[in-house]
Design a protein around this ligand. Structure first.
Ligand SMILES: O=C(CO)COP(=O)(O)O
Length: 256
């Protein structure tokens, strides 16, 4: 089975870039020829979202990499979903492993953030994924299902959610999951959704893969039935590489 929406490719720029480097990257993306049947979203650091939004000329949308858990107010250093909407930012990445493992965000906190963002019409890229030791201990599914449950406990409408499976051992390491490893977990997540949320959500939601995706390995991954796109870190900072990854949707069509 595969999600029923368009192939989806997100570029997570993390804490990278300057006004100049971002302007160059956006120019490359504006000049690129992108396949039409792909949804593309880029996530710059907060302070550059407006610059990116105003300089993109095509149909690429922008995402933030985080959001506050509720309505804005006396929360020093935070950005609210209402403020994202105010500047035309339609997406947020939540539950990224760097926020879970470095900043200490919990499953419950992330689930509540997702629910609030959705309530304000900000679409959510909901990340999950296991650590290397968890995979080695045979706990990959348990960990992913626990993280999924926390989202499911808070989210009631999944129409604006994309799930990103990002095994932590594959993020920024150059050690990409094999297409078979990724497919196995994606299929298990879809199955979990079928049992625990609904068959409709399971069959329509897009489940994308992240972790050392690059221009050379994207085509093989894209061919897998349950891989509906990618969340890309390092390679999304290079215009030509990110373009190749976006256009890997053509491998998916050939494989279908
Ligand atoms: O964390 C990621 C995307 O959110 C993946 O990062 P890399 O593509 O650099 O491994």
């Amino acid at each position: 089975m595969a999600g029923s929406g368009k192939f989806f490719v997100g570029g997570n720029w993390k804490c990278n870039g300057t006004k100049d480097s971002i302007s160059k990257l956006v120019s490359e993306l504006n000049a690129a020829t992108l396949e039409t049947d792909v949804d593309v979203v880029v996530a710059p650091p907060f302070i550059y979202i407006d610059q990116v939004k105003n300089s993109l000329t095509g149909r690429i949308e922008v995402s933030s990499q985080n959001v506050w858990i509720g309505k804005g107010g006396a929360y020093t250093g935070e950005i609210s979903a209402e403020q994202l909407v105010d500047i035309g930012c339609q997406w947020v990445i939540l539950g990224h492993s760097e926020r879970r493992n470095i900043i200490g965000e919990t499953d419950e906190f992330i689930g509540k953030k997702a629910a609030y963002a959705l309530s304000q019409n900000v679409k959510v890229i909901a990340c999950i994924g296991e650590l290397l030791e968890e995979r080695e201990a045979g706990k990959t599914f348990d960990v992913c299902f626990k993280q999924m449950k926390a989202y499911a406990d808070s989210i009631s409408n999944w129409a604006d959610v994309v799930i990103a499976y990002e095994p932590v051992w594959a993020i920024g390491t150059g050690k990409v999951a094999t297409p078979e490893q990724a497919q196995e977990v994606h299929a298990a997540i879809r199955d979990w959704l079928k049992t625990n949320v609904s068959p409709d959500v399971a069959s329509s939601i897009r489940i994308i893969y992240g972790g050392s995706v690059n221009a050379a390995n994207c085509a093989e991954l894209a061919k897998k039935e349950d891989i509906d796109g990618f969340l890309v870190g390092g390679a999304s900072l290079k215009g030509p590489d990110f373009t190749t990854i976006i256009n890997s949707v053509t491998s998916k069509k050939v494989a279908a």
